[in-house]
Ligand binder design. Structure first.
Ligand SMILES: [Zn+2]
Ligand SMILES: [Zn+2]
Length: 274
């Protein structure tokens, strides 16, 4: 810091949230000014002991919570200088980064589905892929679907653990319940979207739950919606086979990598759904 302004306290880190901010101070954020009093993401002060801060490799400092949410939406570059962020080192060894890639391509409704009364246009195939942090191996993934789906859960215990669904209408939420090779578990909430998207989930600080401080229980996450969608109270606790017309579509297709690529093209929506 070379030219302190008249309004700047001697120790900028002690600025209170209500501290008056001038434009001169806003422009002070730079790698050589790592003790800037402002978080550039939320534009409020970083003083006091109630909010943790994090410094990136480039030297820029932000509220830890602001940076987690910034990086959650796949913005893994510094908000100020756009230097790339290595998510698996930026937040320290206790916070591991899971990445969920959600790639959607427009598709047509099959003649079979049209005969079942589903709408002919507006469909996309969404392929969902879970990428674990370094050193973590997935043993099994259970997808817990929003009660609008005609499936309650889907368990996959063979790599790759990709899920492919045919989606129409609006975006739909799914809970991803992951069991690792070392028996650790991690659950996160993801939204299947028509648009291409990638999200990062930070364990244990931010996993997409409404309250980041509380872990997700996949079986109860949607329970408050069961009556809304006319599902039985034990909807998520009972075993359910996919509808017969989709069973044959679960057969592995030749020519793909391995036999585990799970395809659910079409049919996760029944007539009484979204
Ligand atoms: Zn902030
Ligand atoms: Zn930076």
């Amino acid at each position: 810091m070379t030219e302190p302004t008249p309004h700047q306290p001697d120790k900028p880190n002690q600025a209170s949230p209500g501290h008056h901010v001038t434009e001169a101070q806003l422009s002070l954020s730079s790698p050589t000014d790592s003790d800037s009093p402002l978080c550039a993401i939320c534009q409020s002060g970083m003083g006091g002991t109630d909010t943790a801060t994090l410094a990136l490799a480039c030297g820029h400092v932000f509220h830890a919570g602001c940076l987690h949410q910034w990086c959650h939406y796949a913005k893994d570059v510094c908000p100020l200088c756009r230097q790339s962020i290595d998510l698996n080192v930026a937040f320290g060894p206790d916070v591991r980064c899971w990445r969920v890639q959600n790639i959607a391509v427009p598709t047509r409704c099959s003649p079979e589905s049209i005969r079942l009364g589903l709408r002919p246009t507006g469909w996309v195939n969404v392929q969902l892929q879970v990428l674990p942090p370094p050193g973590i191996t997935i043993r099994a993934i259970r997808y817990v679907f929003h009660p609008a789906f005609s499936l309650n859960t889907l368990s996959i215990d063979t790599a790759p653990f990709d899920l492919v669904v045919k989606l129409c209408s609006s975006s739909v939420t799914v809970v991803i319940d992951i069991t690792c090779d070392n028996d650790e578990k991690f659950a996160l909430v993801h939204t299947l979207e028509k648009e291409m998207c990638t999200r990062n989930f930070f364990e244990p600080l931010y996993n997409g739950a409404p309250d980041p401080s509380k872990p997700i229980d996949p079986l109860t996450y949607f329970s408050q919606l069961l009556s809304v969608y006319r599902r039985a109270p034990d909807y998520y606790s009972k075993e359910m086979q996919p509808p017969a017309r989709f069973q044959r579509r679960r057969q592995p297709r030749g020519g793909r990598s391995g036999s585990g690529l799970m395809r659910f093209l079409g049919g996760l929506f029944g007539a009484d759904q979204l």
